[in-house]
Design a binder for this molecule. Structure first.
Ligand code: CA
Length: 239
């Protein structure tokens, strides 16, 4: 079970969006839409992290933060409005571990959550995969790719890939957490002399997803819209 995060946000759409993204990452989510509920819930339940909007009806986020710091400290990431410099300063002074300015890219929020949990929380998400010392072996969670044996397994179960699918997976595994642009993947998988559309990359990604993600119920390869693809080192699949 992933970390339990309380999302405190009165903008319904934003709260829902964040909730879905966090659920997808394997976190457990509770929501509050005002400061009083947030404070009450945080006192009753042990959350690993609180995402706390500052501009809230009733009790504002900073006030909730101050009370919690006094009564029951818990890691808090503040959601602040753009240009609200004083809020950020006040928030950090009041004990927030981090803040993020709205509007934010969800990837940035997820990254900050991971950092905050790693530094301040319990080890909530399974530890990131450790690169095996054996040369040419790449791991990510239960997935293992061996160049020498030209073999890919998930939890010991062999996955049959074509040569290009294998190469694409290897490049992504070798560069975990680095977004690989489509044209880079294309060059490295198909060669510089490849003549054709870069969407051939999307096709191979789709094949990989159908052979790995769909079969094992994980989200291995992430799409970074307009750029390319990335495999994140954190073991974020739901278990
Ligand atoms: Ca608000």
């Amino acid at each position: 079970m992933g970390a339990h995060i309380l999302v405190v946000e009165d903008e319904e759409k934003l709260a829902r969006f964040v909730e879905l993204e966090l659920l997808h990452e394997g976190y457990q989510i509770s929501k509050a839409v005002n400061g009083r509920d947030a404070y009450r819930m945080a006192m009753e339940e042990d959350y690993d992290l609180i995402l706390l909007d500052i501009m809230l009806p009733g009790l504002n986020g900073l006030e909730v933060l101050r009370r919690l710091q006094q009564d029951k400290p818990v890691p808090v990431i503040l959601l602040t409005a753009r240009d609200a410099v004083m809020d950020k300063v006040a928030g950090l002074d009041a004990g927030a571990v981090d803040y993020i300015t709205k509007p934010f890219a969800i990837e940035e929020l997820l990254a900050r959550i991971r950092v905050a949990l790693k530094l301040h929380g319990k080890t909530a998400v399974a530890p990131a995969s450790v690169q095996e010392p054996e040369e040419g072996v790449f791991r990510r969670g239960k997935l293992m790719l061996s160049e020498k044996r030209h073999q890919v397994t998930y939890d010991g179960q062999e996955i049959t890939l074509t040569n290009r699918e294998f190469q694409m997976l290897r490049i992504l595994l070798e560069n975990q957490d680095i977004v690989m642009a489509r044209d880079v993947l294309l060059d490295r998988v198909c060669g510089f002399d490849y003549v054709g559309e870069t969407n051939v990359v999307d096709v191979y990604i789709r094949f990989l997803r159908s052979k790995i993600d769909e079969v094992f119920g994980i989200k291995l390869i992430q799409t970074v819209r307009g750029v390319g693809y990335v495999i994140k080192s954190e073991n974020t699949e739901k278990s």
